[in-house]
Design a protein around this ligand. Structure first.
Ligand SMILES: CC(C)(COP(=O)(O)OP(=O)(O)OC[C@H]1O[C@@H](n2cnc3c(N)ncnc32)[C@H](O)[C@@H]1OP(=O)(O)O)[C@@H](O)C(=O)NCCC(=O)NCCS
Length: 178
């Protein structure tokens, strides 16, 4: 299956909201209003992407939201990802596409995210992509968690560095470069 990301359009947001609120996704992700999604589309700090499978641009198969924090030394933060169909490789391929974008086009030093402890599927996907748990210095902890948005459940921070074996060699077609 071919999986790519394209920029989210305002006309996609009803679908995005439906996916975000769906019972199989809501326990694992934050919830934004339509106004918050719309604001992200208009902001240079946020990247809002639609997951497209096999070239069907008009049928969102999920979405990914990222925050560009390079200017404050915090790399690129994957705020939220949802794949509509689970366990078919869509989420991993979408993340591979985004990681290649972050390292090759944004030249990010690292990509990071927060995942709830109980979200074992997502943790497995991130781990197999090379993301690793990392503590942050206590003095900086509040600043990092502020980005995450003070979740009411414990979230783990996972990082993928551009220099990591799994972090550098992705190409934009989702395959590893030799
Ligand atoms: C997390 C998510 C984006 C992953 O996308 P996906 O398309 O379902 O994932 P993939 O099919 O690419 O990979 C799923 C992997 O998890 C594994 N898996 C499934 N359930 C699992 C579980 N309970 N524990 C551990 N691994 C599990 C699958 O076997 C597969 O691994 P493999 O390819 O190595 O065999 C998607 O499931 C989703 O939208 N979940 C709800 C929202 C969410 O949790 N978002 C992330 C918030 S941090």
């Amino acid at each position: 299956m071919d999986v790519v990301l394209r920029r989210t359009r305002a006309s996609d947001l009803d679908r995005v909201l439906a996916l975000e609120r769906a019972t199989e996704n809501a326990p694992y992700i934050g919830q934004w209003s339509l106004a918050q999604h719309s604001a992200a589309l208009a902001s240079a700090e946020w990247e809002h992407w639609i997951i497209v499978c096999d070239g069907d641009e008009d049928t969102p198969e999920g979405f990914l939201i990222a925050q560009d924090l390079r200017a404050v030394g915090k790399g690129v933060y994957i705020k939220r990802i949802v794949a509509r169909a689970k366990n078919r490789g869509v989420g991993r391929r979408a993340l591979e596409w985004f990681i290649a974008h972050a390292f090759q086009e944004l030249a990010a030093a690292f990509v990071w995210l927060a995942v709830f402890v109980h979200n074992e599927r997502a943790r497995h996907v991130y781990r197999t992509l090379g993301f690793r748990f990392r503590g942050v210095p206590e003095a900086e902890a509040d600043a990092w968690l502020e980005v995450v948005g003070n979740p009411d459940r414990p979230a783990l921070l996972m990082f993928l560095d551009a220099g990591d074996p799994a972090g550098s060699p992705h190409s934009h077609d989702g395959r590893r470069k030799s």
